[in-house]
Design a protein around this ligand. Sequence first.
Ligand code: ADE
Length: 252
Amino acid sequence: MRIDIISIFPEFFGVLDISLLGRARQAGLIDLAVHNLRDFTHDRHNTVDDTPYGGGAGMVMKPEPWGEALDSILPATDETDAGTPERATGPVLIFPSPAGEQFTQAMARELAREPHLVFGCGRYEGIDQRVVDHFAGRGRVRLVSLGDYVLNGGEVAVMAMIEAIGRLIPGVVGNPESLVEESHEDGLLEYPSYTKPASWRGLDVPPVLLSGNHGAIAAWRRQQQIDRTRAVRPDLLPAEDDADLQPPANSK
Ligand code: ADE
């Protein structure tokens, strides 16, 4: 997968050289480039923002540097291509924004199948809306929010999204089975995990996990998922407990 990031803080993304995603880059599974938005300015001060039309607090990111930066990354479009299926196969352009659609595991899975993602990190009060409108006319644009809170800019949101998406790219996580039984993969929160020793500071590992009874272990884990989800994220559960939430039939 090819990933391009545009930001006024390219150094923010240095950590993508290390850990799992760093290894994935070295292995050629992820080809990642970070572009400094200020490289696409032409004034002495490398200005990227200006005051908002209509007044109000804060600054808005100017459209011209964004236009040039994105033009340098996105394939040139022939106006006659507009609306053809070709457009639907170009890169996905993602602008992190608290005003966007909610980022989820399902979206991470969907984006992990794309060959090319471009992330545009806004700062201040956001990017001039015409940047989004212009590029929406040239391809697939998504405004994506990490959650219902406000960050100082898109960089942290993009880091989180790249980590969630990157680990779903085939080959990035060594043992793909470890991706299956995770929180959100089946719509429920993950069950609690334990390792040795069997007793620690007076706390014992639940005996069922030492029983060797795989059916009973699967049933216990499933029930833990349901109990946990009901306790802290009831919004993830179906309206009525239905058959999908029952422990597996082989559990006894
Ligand atoms: N930029 C600022 N706040 C954000 C959020 N919650 N999600 C994504 N991008 C943001």
